[in-house]
Write a protein that binds this ligand. Structure first.
Ligand code: GAL
Length: 985
């Protein structure tokens, strides 16, 4: 348990995962299981062959024992950076949950020359006993380990006992930001190895971009008596036999189609001898780092990536190939072309899928020691401690050896957030020797002393510009290193923290990636929220995060920061990502459109380019453009059809859609969209106010279809539907980017450089609360019935403050329709930012439907609106806000023209004031209710449907882990005005 060693016993040298025709026995299924809270309580005779285990529980293998709904087996734990126990390596607590697993299985008489027992994933330590003999100790939770059990296996019945401890010295190396989930969570397999079998194969498949020629560079591991060995690629007519190890040589294969993420061309290959046939799918490609260019097949790589953990809300890190395939297809639809396997090698089958479907992958070793950073000093960090050297080397060897044949892997990563030091350098040196082709990645090697790619997390774009220039303050790197680093390829291994609503400013990163030569793109943090499905004591289902399982210390909802919610529903940021990072850029410029192909490989003949014109949101023309094939790296400009002048708002949209059905998307899937406004709405003719004067009677004022409260001037009803307000709202339910602040300040480079996870300056939400924006008091200044109009003035201010905002509401009837001209004017003295400046109207509870003419379909904010376009949309009210793991601001859609609520027959038309239209959000809960709930199920029963009409909202930013809202997207205290007409139908 407390050994520094990488494992013990009959360990077999790491090797590739390859299909074979040799026999295997998958031991997945139901095993006997006995849980003990401490190792000393585990049965002393647990491994005895003749033990009667019929009284033990049962468990499915693979699985995690804390996800079986058995409270007495412990619960999942989420801590993030902290270790869940005192840090005193290599020791672990006495309370070390222990699972004893047993299975009996039959082995045939004919069982090969050697028998291996393979574990693909056990967290965190397995002591393996077969037929009463201890055969090995397996460490490295997400790494494969084979044990040679030839001497212990016997024909007929065998008894395997595996004792798993949740905590071990190895836990110190596996401190990733994710759930602690013990158990045998990947397959256990018996491999019957034939005499003279082919033990390992590495078929490097090189592609020369200059000539189009491929070469196979075989590396074969078999005994001398295992020869002759034949390498065959039928499709290329390759059938080459090597008579002995010394004859093994390169095999030129002639012209081949290369492998790329865009066109993942694979060839079936076999490597066989008299005893065994190994089969694999190969992809020809050449990876090079040439100066600051990281190239595949001669072209610079462009990574549009995500970080992906192994995760399922019910089964944790148990792999499900069908579900993962679906997720990869969803990534394809979202223009994602790269994956970093944060922060450990995934299930081996994962790479079969990325090879087949086409992704650039960074395969990351199972190593993180983040908890040693606590004091900022990395004291006792295993990465720099010779006692751990062997374990760290073993980890990278097992990573590289298992996965080395996969064309989709374009870089090896030593791990994540494990500090720097001699062991990391030794790991890199080992990789450089073993695989000189693929560059080594490891973000904490800030100075680039032993890795090939300059990698950073969450910098503001200004720092990226400085890095490319080789100047400026270069966070983390030693002074004088900047110019050297600027000669190398750069990536963001993590950026844009997709926690809750956000992150904003994706387009700014894209601009840097598109323009600065060192930058190759990055990987969003992260693909999916990791909430675990659970229930309240009353039985209400929800997705739990840190703290929901009784953890002693935890990091709350920080485990939910994905582009997808825990249940797999994409958040609007996935569409934003697709829109911003699209590899086919379409730009409309007056009468022409430019199509730029930024793909790595493949022209645009798989796409159709369709245009449509919409007048006031209604289609008046459509057609298809003839766009000649655009080669990668090229662009073409074609003209667009002319258009007739019209009365109204005229928009032209051009979409690049897929021309034919593919597994990842049906024909017609929109790869990218551009929109331009051809004609603006004519300025609204100012309809004169009707000559009707509001009537005050019995505490109420009636005015056309509306009734107002005579004291407050608030609306009470419109055409019989209950309406309350409007009230000024400056508060929004903080997003997690508003309420967390791991970066001190967007502009404070020094603070960013010394970034820890704690905050140095208060978050936006703290500042807003301190300013009292969540507790404005209102005083009615005036409710005046005048000829033809009702004038209402309200003053809003927090307690103890002199700052205030005065809202003036002028109600008139225009051609019988109720009309509001509203303005909000702040006093002097306001500081900082505001979350929003909006009017809040309470409408009847339970409204279900909305139709609007404005932007959509999804929520959009000032720093996140590339996916939004102008049009007519409809949606259920429950679809208008996103069910983020923590309830928060959601659902704002800028630029509202018309909103129609069919159930109460109410229409609201907004007219621009000084060029500004309000955005809207419509939700069953108000900002205060949303603020108070920590989980969606904690929201109270809805008492109204809340409509907010915001002239401006503060941007989103990425401050939960990254830069704050950029200055140009911040909402500074300001005046605002609304012009709204209410229609009753
Ligand atoms: C990074 C880390 C990730 C994750 C992220 C925040 O620093 O590498 O594992 O913790 O921050 O969600």
């Amino acid at each position: 348990m407390t050994s520094f060693s990488p494992g013990a016993g009959r360990r077999v040298a790491p090797r590739s995962r390859l299909a074979s025709d040799a026999a295997e026995l998958d031991l997945s299924g139901t095993w006997r299981f006995l849980f003990s809270g401490r190792p000393d309580l585990a049965p002393a005779d647990g491994a005895a062959v003749d033990l009667d285990d019929s009284g033990w529980d049962e468990i499915k293998v693979p699985s995690h024992w804390v996800l079986q709904g058995r409270e007495e087996w412990g619960r999942p734990i989420y801590t993030n950076i902290n270790y869940p126990f005192p840090v005193e390596p290599p020791f672990v607590p006495d309370e070390n949950p222990t699972g004893d697993y047993r299975i009996a299985f039959d082995v045939p008489e004919e069982r090969g020359e050697r028998v291996l027992l393979r574990f693909d994933g056990v967290e965190s330590l397995a002591i393996v006993t077969l037929n009463g003999t201890q055969v090995g100790v397996v460490r490295g939770s997400r790494l494969a380990q084979e044990l040679d059990v030839t001497d212990e296996i016997r024909p007929g019945r065998n008894v395997l006992h595996v004792r798993v401890h949740q905590w071990s010295a190895a836990t110190y190396l596996e401190d990733q930001d994710q759930w602690w989930l013990p158990g045998i969570f990947r397959e256990v397999t018996l491999l019957f190895r034939p005499a003279d079998g082919i033990e390992d194969v590495w078929l490097r498949a090189d592609y020369d971009p200059a000539t189009g020629q491929g070469v196979l560079l075989p590396e074969l591991r078999a005994g001398a008596s295992g020869y002759p060995i034949t390498v065959s690629v039928p499709e290329l007519g390759v059938e080459t036999t090597f008579a002995s190890p010394s004859e093994v040589a390169a095999i030129p294969v002639g012209e081949v189609a290369p492998w790329s993420a865009d066109r993942p061309r694979r060839y079936e290959a076999t490597v066989r001898n008299a005893a065994e046939t190994r089969s694999l799918q190969i992809g020809f490609r050449r990876i090079e780092v040439v100066g600051h260019q990281w190239r595949v097949n001669g072209r610079k790589l462009r990574l549009r990536g995500v970080n992906r953990h192994e995760y399922d809300p019910d089964n944790g890190r148990v792999f499900d190939a069908v579900a993962v395939r679906e997720q990869l297809l969803l990534m394809k639809r979202a223009n994602i072309n790269a994956i970093r396997t944060s922060h450990y090698p995934p299930h081996p089958t994962f790479f079969d899928l990325t090879d087949e479907l086409g992704f650039w992958v960074i395969d990351e070793c199972d190593l993180e020691t983040h908890g040693f950073q606590r004091d900022g000093g990395w004291t006792e960090n295993p990465t720099d401690d010779p006692r751990w050297r062997e374990a760290l080397l073993d980890r990278i060897e097992r990573t590289v050896e298992r996965d080395k044949n996969h064309p989709s892997i374009v870089s090896w990563s030593l791990g994540n957030e494990a500090g720097t030091g001699q062991n990391a350098a030794a790991m890199a040196a080992w990789v450089h020797r073993r695989d000189p082709e693929r560059p080594v990645h490891y973000e904490p090697d800030y100075d680039g002393f032993y890795t090939d790619i300059v990698s950073r997390m969450y910098p503001p774009v200004e720092q990226m510009e400085d890095m490319a220039a080789g100047t400026g303050t270069h966070p983390h790197a030693v002074a004088g290193r900047n110019a050297e680093l600027a000669k190398r390829p750069m990536i963001l291994c993590e950026y844009e923290h997709a926690m809750g609503n956000g992150a904003g400013a994706l387009a700014e990163y894209e601009r840097v990636f598109d323009t600065l030569p060192q930058w190759h793109g990055g990987f969003i943090w992260e693909w999916r929220d990791h909430g675990l499905r659970t229930t309240t004591p009353e039985g209400t289902e929800f997705f739990g995060y840190g703290g929901d399982f009784g953890e002693e210390i935890h990091d709350g909802s920080f485990v939910c920061d994905g582009l997808l919610l825990s249940d797999g529903t994409p958040t609007p940021m996935l569409a934003e990502f697709a829109a911003v990072t699209t590899p086919v850029k379409v730009t409309i410029d007056g009468g022409s459109v430019t199509v730029e192909n930024r793909r790595h490989d493949g022209d645009t003949t798989d796409l159709r380019f369709v245009w449509r014109d919409e007048l006031d949101g209604r289609q008046i023309g459509t057609g298809e453009l003839t766009v000649p094939a655009v080669a990668p790296g090229e662009s073409i400009t074609v003209s667009l059809p002319g258009f007739e002048p019209h009365d109204g708002e005229l928009w032209r949209t051009v979409e690049a859609v897929t021309a034919s059905d593919a597994e990842w998307a049906a024909a017609g899937h929109v790869v990218t969209r551009a929109q331009t406004q051809l004609a603006k709405a004519a300025p609204a003719l100012s309809v004169p106010a009707d000559d009707v004067t509001p009537v005050a009677r019995d505490g109420a004022i009636s005015f056309g279809p509306a009734t107002f409260d005579a004291f407050s001037g608030d609306l009470v009803s419109i055409a019989g539907a209950e309406v309350k307000g409007p009230r000024l709202e400056l508060w929004r339910a903080p997003t997690e980017n508003d309420s967390l602040s791991s970066f001190a300040s967007y502009v404070d480079v020094e603070a960013v450089a010394s970034r820890g996870m704690g905050s140095k300056t208060p978050s936006s939400a703290e500042l807003w609360r301190a300013a009292g924006l969540d507790r404005l008091h209102r005083r009615v200044q005036a409710v005046e019935v005048e000829p033809g109009r009702l004038v209402v003035r309200h003053r809003y201010a927090p307690s103890a403050a002199q700052e205030a905002v005065v809202v003036e509401l002028i109600w008139t009837l225009r051609a019988g329709r109720l009309h509001l001209d509203a303005s909000a004017t702040p006093s002097r003295g306001w500081k900082g930012t505001w979350p929003r400046i909006g009017l809040h109207l309470e409408l009847p509870a339970g409204l279900a439907e909305a139709r609007w003419f404005g932007t959509g379909p999804d929520e959009n904010y000032v720093d996140s609106h590339a996916a939004a376009h102008v049009g007519r949309f409809e949606a259920g009210v429950d679809e208008l806000s996103v069910n983020y793991a923590v309830p928060q601001e959601s659902g704002h859609r800028a630029g509202l023209r018309e909103l129609h609520l069919p159930e109460i027959g109410l229409g609201i038309t907004a007219t621009p004031v000084a060029g500004e239209l309000p955005g809207f959000s419509l939700r069953a809960h108000d900002a205060a209710e949303v603020t108070s709930a920590a989980h969606p199920h904690e929201l109270p029963d809805s008492s109204a449907t809340h409509l907010y009409l915001d002239v401006q909202q503060h941007g989103l930013g990425s401050r939960s882990c990254g830069p704050d809202v950029r200055p140009e997207y911040q909402l500074r205290p300001r005046a605002a005005a609304w012009s709204l007409t209410f229609d009753v139908r």
